[in-house]
Structures are given as C-alpha cells and as structure tokens.
Design a protein around this ligand. Structure first.
Ligand SMILES: *[C@@H]1O[C@H](CO)[C@@H](O)[C@H](O)[C@H]1NC(C)=O
Length: 263
C-alpha cells in the first residue's frame, strides 16, 4: 500500500517535471509536498472515505448538506491547505480560459463573465480554518464579522482567469450573496486582492429577496443582466446555486468548495 502510493507520487512528480521541461510556463506546476500527502488523513465515514464524500459533494450527488461530517474535519482541513485545492481550482480556471479563447466574441462590449465572490474570487479559509473547516454549524454573526474585516485573500487561479478575460475584452460582473450593506468593504477587499475593475458588483438586497434561495436570487439577477443586453459568456462559482437556473451562461465552471453548501 505504502509502496503503491510512493510509486504513484513519483509517477506524478515525473509527469509534472516533464510538463515543466516541455515549456508550459503559463500555468506553473506547484511543487509536490510528498511528506504532507499522508493517506491516514483520509478518514472513513459510514463505509466511505472522506475523499469520496468530497467528490460526491463537488459533482452534486450529495446535495443540501448542512455541515462537513465531523469525521472529515482533518481530511478537509488538509485538502484545503496542501496544494491540491489550488491545483483543483487551477484545473477549472485553466479549462475556462482554454474554452473561452476559442469562442468568437462579437465586439459590441456586451460580453460578460460572472464570478461569485466567496470561495470563488476571495477565500474565506482564514475564517473556516478557525471554525472547523465547515464542521461547525454556520454562524452568521461570526461570519459577518470576518467579512467586515475586508481581508479575505485572493484566490490566485481565479485572478489569473479574471485578467485573461479582461484581455479578451470580456467585462466582469461579480454576483454575490454578500448583502448591499457590505458594499464598501467588498469593494475595498476586491481591490486589495487585485481585482481592479468590473462592470457591475451585484450584492443581495435582503428586502428584495427576503425568503428567496440563493438560486432564485442569482438566477433573477442574471435574467436582469440579459434583459439589459448583456451576453453571459461564462459563469464561475463554488456553489451549484451559482451556476444552475435560468440565464446560467453559455458555459458554467464550478470551482471546488468542500466546506459549505448554500441552497
Ligand atoms: C454565534 O457565535 C456567537 C459568538 O461565539 C455566539 O454568541 C452565538 O450564540 C452564536 N450563534 C449561534 C446561532 O450559534
């Protein structure tokens, strides 16, 4: 077992080194941390491993879950902090770019790309790392206090896509579940993280969307954008509620988030 793992890791390391030598500079290969990939982190919960749980969550086979199973706290915490999480994000953002650069875009200034914010453009990992990586029940008081600090770090693989989209002449729309009262801190945080321009920043008006799900809110806002004449080329989110529903965009991209689920 140990031997197999080691052989697999060496194989991956060789492939990574080969890819690097062949001059793929555009997306740098992250150094493999062989000593942090301990298989013992992958605990079992009711007969399945936490990595299988995470996969089922990502592809939306497990839905509407409220918290990360307690058995998986170490596994998820580990996944978020080794390069794997970033590599998974990179695979998504890279694919989005490889696709969009082949799409013929009318030059009328109406092409937009929608990005969610939390766990899509900015990371709440500093908060979640202090709160059980999603094992604890969501606490809006504590979470809002974190958001109000305005120090959520950039998710660098998304920032790369953002810059490439701007270079292609695609305008950016941020569509977030953060509320309108958090506008100033969100603007400040986005700029600090390197997102320097956008066409629109849409935050949730709790009066307009009282009792509505995130799916309903985001879909309704996207429909409004299309009515305003925008063409939604792509749409990136960490939640299925970001990318399902009407006016989802020509293609949608799901970045990883095994820490929480928003309906
Ligand atoms: C949220 O956290 C605060 C501070 O720890 C606590 O006082 C409050 O009871 C929590 N709220 C819920 C709903 O658990």
């Amino acid at each position: 077992m140990m031997m197999k793992t080691l052989v697999a890791l060496l194989l991956v390391a060789t492939i990574a080194a080969t890819a690097h030598a062949s001059g793929e500079e555009e997306y740098e290969i992250f150094p493999l941390q062989l000593n942090s990939g301990a298989a013992s982190e992958d605990a079992t919960l009711q007969g399945i491993t936490c990595s299988s749980w995470r996969l089922a969550v990502e592809v939306h086979n497990i839905i509407e879950w409220s918290t990360v199973p307690a058995e998986c706290e170490n596994y998820i915490g580990h996944y978020m902090q080794i390069p794997k999480y970033r590599q998974d994000s990179k695979a998504v953002n890279r694919e989005a770019y490889l696709w969009v650069r082949t799409v013929p875009l009318p030059r009328d200034g109406r092409n937009i790309w929608i990005f969610d914010i939390g766990e899509t453009t900015l990371s709440n990992l500093p908060y979640y790392s202090q709160n059980g990586f999603g094992v604890h029940k969501f606490n809006s008081t504590l979470f809002d206090a974190w958001v109000e600090k305005g120090v959520a770090p950039v998710l660098p693989e998304t920032l790369k896509l953002y810059n490439k989209l701007l270079n292609l002449g695609i305008k950016i729309v941020f569509l977030t579940g953060r509320t309108v009262s958090q506008t100033d801190v969100t603007v400040e945080n986005l700029k600090r993280a390197g997102y320097h321009t956008w066409e629109k920043l849409i935050l949730k008006d709790p009066k307009e969307y009282s009792g509505k799900t995130a799916l309903e809110y985001k879909s309704a806002e996207r429909v409004k954008l299309e009515k305003q004449g925008y063409r939604i080329i792509g749409n990136t989110g960490d939640q299925w509620s970001d990318i399902l529903g009407p006016a989802a965009g020509r293609r949608t991209f799901k970045v990883p988030n095994p820490m929480y689920y928003i309906i």
